[in-house]
Design a protein around this ligand. Structure first.
Ligand SMILES: [Fe+2]
Length: 497
């Protein structure tokens, strides 16, 4: 039994033991003598391998940042300094709450989604003889037709037994899936808008689905792959969680160390994307206060702002909010407000954007630039849980779910998978094919490519939290994702390696 009356340090001692770390007696005396913030000690413990916590590790805690910052050179040969940057907002959202939730605007929202995705489906090859549900019965039993429908209900009894209640703007009908395409059709989720090729059954009461089409994106051509003429790069970060006791200070220090290292990608870095959960927030989940280093939202944003202000001004930084940020949860989430980041808002190279957002970078005269789709990723959880084929793997390899999103041309296919501002238009339809699609939220890390689109699930600067322990997610922090915008190739740096 620990010989101290300090309940808090006793609690920390027991917490450490549970994680197979013994805080030595000397270390406890040192903490008490120096009055070290216990949240800071916990921050060290969360990143430690099982073993002992000794005094020397606490001594390093006293001023760790200073040590690494001193390594930074005062000047450097940034090649990107020679080139102008350009960031243009492609999607313009009105993020005010204009209308109240009503049956009417709910119906208009679905109508809007249906119409937008219908027009994308009509651009696809292979979908012929498109008819409405209302006109269906005037066709012969064996005549092959296509329907463009919204999935109202899905009934999957497994082993090839799958049916949908489908609707368009003229009516609804029950549709049975041909056994041969069960494995494809079982991935359709409620609220998806898809095309079905098939025919009526003998009684003309049901539709038999023979083929499924998502709007998807076309196979790329050499011309459709966008590049910058100049040899510039972009970097992607997410879920920094400033203010959390699990914030990994070392990742930030290493980021600056890399930036000033003379690394080829660092010298050419022109665009930095930060994909939400910039701070840990306050009151986001039960008992969160136990895992906070900073209990005040203004302090958290101050720390985030200090980080932003250290980024050299020749780098254009694009920042969106996430579900931990101090803006409303309903999407599109507004830009981070000036009241938390006053100084940062005045800087020309910092661009605050909505979540989701589509921006075009480096689109100078004569160059189409590169379209980057940014979405924090809240809706991905519901899609991962619903799609049985990807459920076990997509949290470690989130670009798998990002491909599903692109196939559907919709950022939140399942209604209710994220909160929505009550609007009569659907702001999650991906009407423009991005060149890069980047997200975060899962605290995992993954990079891949889908039909020419670079997919990035950006890593985090927060170590595993007890909340993630409880829900069984495993964080993969400290990875920095880089894209060579001229060559369109990617590279990953392990900041904690
Ligand atoms: Fe996060």
């Amino acid at each position: 039994m620990l010989e101290t009356k300090d309940e808090k340090i006793n609690e920390l001692y027991l917490w450490a033991l549970k994680h197979n770390i013994l805080i030595t007696k000397d270390a406890i005396e040192y903490i008490l003598y120096k009055g070290i913030d216990l949240n800071k000690v916990k921050n060290i413990l969360t990143k430690k391998e099982p073993g002992f916590l000794e005094v020397k590790e606490l001594e390093e805690l006293e001023n760790p940042e200073k040590k690494e910052v001193e390594i930074l050179p005062a000047t450097s040969s940034f090649l990107a300094k020679n080139y102008e940057g350009k960031v243009k907002r492609v999607w313009e959202f009105n993020t005010d709450f204009e209308s109240k939730t009503s049956v009417e605007n709910f119906l208009n929202y679905f109508r809007d989604r249906y119409n937008k995705i219908r027009s994308l489906l009509l651009q696809r090859q292979g979908i012929r003889n498109v008819v409405s549900i209302e006109k269906l019965t005037s066709y012969k039993i064996n005549e092959e037709v296509s329907l463009i429908v919204s999935i109202r209900e899905k009934h999957d009894r497994g082993k090839g037994d799958l049916k949908f209640l489908i609707e368009d703007d003229t009516g609804e009908i029950l549709a049975f899936v041909d056994e041969n395409i069960y494995d494809v059709a079982k991935n359709i989720v409620e609220d998806d808008v898809v095309a079905f090729k098939g025919k009526l059954n003998g009684s003309k009461k049901y539709f038999i689905i023979k083929e499924v089409f998502y709007p998807d994106i076309p196979i790329p051509t050499n011309e459709s792959i966008a590049h910058t003429k100049e040899p510039l790069t972009a970097a992607f970060l997410s879920d920094l969680h400033f203010g959390s006791a699990q914030f990994i200070e070392k990742a930030m220090q290493r980021f600056f160390k890399w930036l000033y290292s003379g690394d080829d990608y660092a010298k050419r870095l022109k665009y930095l994307f930060i994909l939400g959960d910039n701070v840990d927030g306050v009151g986001i989940y039960p008992d969160q206060e136990k895992e906070l280093l900073m209990h005040n939202i203004y302090d958290q944003y101050k720390a985030f702002e200090e980080f932003l202000l250290k980024i050299p001004e020749h780098i254009e930084v694009i920042i969106i909010p996430g579900n931990h940020d101090a803006v409303r949860l309903a999407e599109p989430q507004p830009i981070l407000p000036k009241k938390y980041l006053e100084e940062a808002h005045n800087l020309k190279n910092l661009h605050f954007e909505t979540n989701p957002a589509m921006v075009n970078i480096h689109g100078f005269d004569g160059e189409k630039g590169i379209n980057v789709l940014l979405y924090h990723g809240y809706s991905f959880n519901a899609l991962i849980d619903t799609l049985t084929d990807i459920r076990k793997v997509a949290r470690d390899k989130p670009t798998i779910v990002m491909k599903e999103i692109l196939k559907r041309r919709h950022l939140a296919p399942i209604y209710g998978s994220t909160l929505l501002a009550p609007k009569e238009i659907d702001n999650h339809v991906i009407d423009i094919i991005p060149d890069i699609f980047a997200s975060g939220d899962l605290h995992s890390h993954d990079v891949s490519n889908y039909k020419g689109v670079t997919l990035i699930s950006a890593s985090t600067w927060q170590a595993q939290t007890s909340f993630q322990d409880r829900v069984g997610h495993v964080a993969n922090p400290g990875k920095l994702t880089l894209v060579d915008l001229q060559m369109r190739k990617t590279k990953v740096i392990d900041l904690l390696g």
